[in-house]
Design a protein around this ligand. Structure first.
Ligand SMILES: [Zn+2]
Length: 504
């Protein structure tokens, strides 16, 4: 006869749901599989002592205990309770069939008291299913809050003694429900109002508009400019423009951080990830572990927030190529051996780059020491399909252009972004003036822009019109100036962008 139930398997650094199977046949031996034999043996000693103290039946026979998954499971006293219940199922002291839909965890003391196992706080419950399909979760104090969210509301029951679990399963006792703690209400509020990064910026109207457009549309943004022109500063300032996380977004972000085994403070601050250019493609995109579980990369950790790729051209070819999918559709494929999974991210990708290896190309008085070939090779990494996928290109130079000015107050800008977004979400109709259409067509013709590039061009023109109209009116009127602005932002559609070719 076989009895199965669910428990918690701890592994380093992650823990997960463990399936406990206990088979009984004639004989008198005890076999253990899936956890170290000594662990099974000592669990059994504690359990039998507790049975004796609690006057619970102990049944004879040859048992095989199997815990799955078997990978890396270590000595885990949280399995005491499920194993004890499986033994009692064989003894008909509790209904064996019901145990299939019971999740339990707890270390047994010899008098039957249940305790949280020591050190369990170190384990992140990685593979916590969003909701286990169980009838009840039997949990002692100390584990209740940790596991209550694994089941449907009202399914987590406070169980501090083995006899309470037995009486509950026999239908002779009800157990108090453990309420899920609403951590969201106690979240730390994000206060970007001081605008540490944002308020220190000086931008030309064109740069400011370009950044606003990218922020409103969450469009992939590439900032190119010589060293020391504040590219990274701009990227960090853009993070302050993001709205705080909602409760649902926080749950999503938390899920990713759990999968990575990283602690996440309860706050509504959107994630900001700034991986170093030496990170690997797996570190950036994520991967699938040997045992088939998902290990998120920086891109996924930036979900609902901002991924800042500083010195983009210094990233490895693999990283840059891997970003094509997420830049285009926010979706990407992870595969390993026979397994693959499609991931998506709502993270906003902002990249910065020097124009050449020495970082001074095309920057007025500062002399660039690179050869023409070096510059070309450097920028080649950006050229073509990858650069094209960045919808907005912004250029920075040391010589602050004559119209550069301090940026408007952070709160004013945030309000403007929210208003424009709301207006766009109400799907106003779009009118394109014939002059604007002509400019877009001319851009396509002159620079042989791809369909993708033209798509970005139209989006940027539309957003520019929305900002220009200050989110007022019945329809978005795309005028010639909007199309010209959008064309100027497509720096990399131009073969020699530094010459600032205007369309005829
Ligand atoms: Zn140079």
């Amino acid at each position: 006869m076989l009895v199965t139930t669910l428990g918690y398997g701890s592994a380093v650094p992650h823990g997960r749901v463990a399936h406990v199977q206990l088979h009984r046949t004639r004989g008198a031996r005890f076999h253990v599989s899936g956890i170290p034999w000594t662990a099974g043996r000592s669990a059994l000693s504690r359990i039998y002592a507790a049975f004796e103290c609690c006057d619970l039946p102990r049944i004879a026979g040859a048992f095989t205990l199997h815990i799955r998954p078997t990978d890396h499971l270590k000595d885990n006293t949280a399995l005491d309770l499920p194993i004890a219940l499986a033994l009692l199922g064989h003894a008909n002291a509790v209904p064996a069939k019901a145990l299939r839909r019971i999740f339990s965890a707890g270390e047994l003391e010899l008098d039957g008291q249940l305790q949280p196992p020591s050190g369990i706080e170190q384990h992140m419950e990685t593979h916590a299913p969003s909701e286990l399909p169980v009838e009840a979760l039997l949990l002692p104090d100390g584990l209740g809050q940790k596991f209550a969210s694994w089941g449907a509301p009202g399914k987590a029951l406070r169980t501090n003694h083995l006899t309470q679990a037995v009486n509950y399963l026999q239908g002779r006792q009800t157990l108090p429900i453990i309420a899920k703690k609403n951590v969201w209400n106690q979240r730390k509020r994000w206060k970007p109002a001081d605008g540490m990064n944002w308020n220190g910026l000086r931008l030309s109207p064109m740069q400011l508009n370009a950044l606003l457009i990218a922020t409103i549309g969450q469009l992939p943004l590439l900032i190119i400019g010589s060293a020391g022109t504040g590219k990274s500063h701009i990227a960090l300032a853009l993070h302050e423009l993001l709205p705080p996380l909602t409760a649902n977004q926080f749950t999503e972000v938390e899920h990713t951080y759990r999968a990575k085994g990283m602690p996440l403070p309860v706050t509504d601050r959107p994630p900001l990830r700034t991986p170093h250019h030496q990170c690997t493609a797996a570190g950036l995109m994520g991967t699938i572990s040997q045992i088939g579980s998902w290990i998120p990369g920086e891109l996924s950790l930036a979900n609902c927030g901002l991924l800042c790729l500083d010195e983009f051209c210094e990233f490895s070819r693999d990283c840059i190529e891997a970003l094509r999918g997420p830049l285009e559709s926010k979706r990407f494929l992870l595969s390993r051996a026979q397994q693959s999974r499609i991931e998506s991210t709502k993270g906003w990708i902002v990249a910065t780059s020097n124009p050449c290896p020495c970082g001074r190309f095309n920057d007025g008085p500062r002399h660039c020491t690179c050869t023409a070939g070096q510059v070309q090779r450097y920028l080649k990494r950006l050229s073509g399909p990858v650069a094209e996928r960045f919808a907005v290109h912004v250029e920075t130079t040391t010589a602050i252009s004559h119209d550069a000015a301090p940026v408007p107050n952070l709160n004013a800008i945030r309000d403007q972004i929210a208003t424009t977004r709301n207006w766009l979400n109400s799907s106003p109709t779009v009118h394109t003036a014939p002059e604007a259409t002509a400019i877009i067509q001319q851009h396509a013709l002159t620079f042989r822009a791809s369909a993708r590039g033209l798509g970005h061009l139209t989006t940027v023109a539309r957003l520019h019109a929305a900002i220009r109209q200050n989110a007022q009116g019945e329809a978005i009127e795309i005028e010639a100036e909007d199309a010209t602005f959008a064309s100027q932002l497509r720096i990399f559609d131009r073969p020699r962008w530094w010459e600032k070719t205007e369309i005829p």
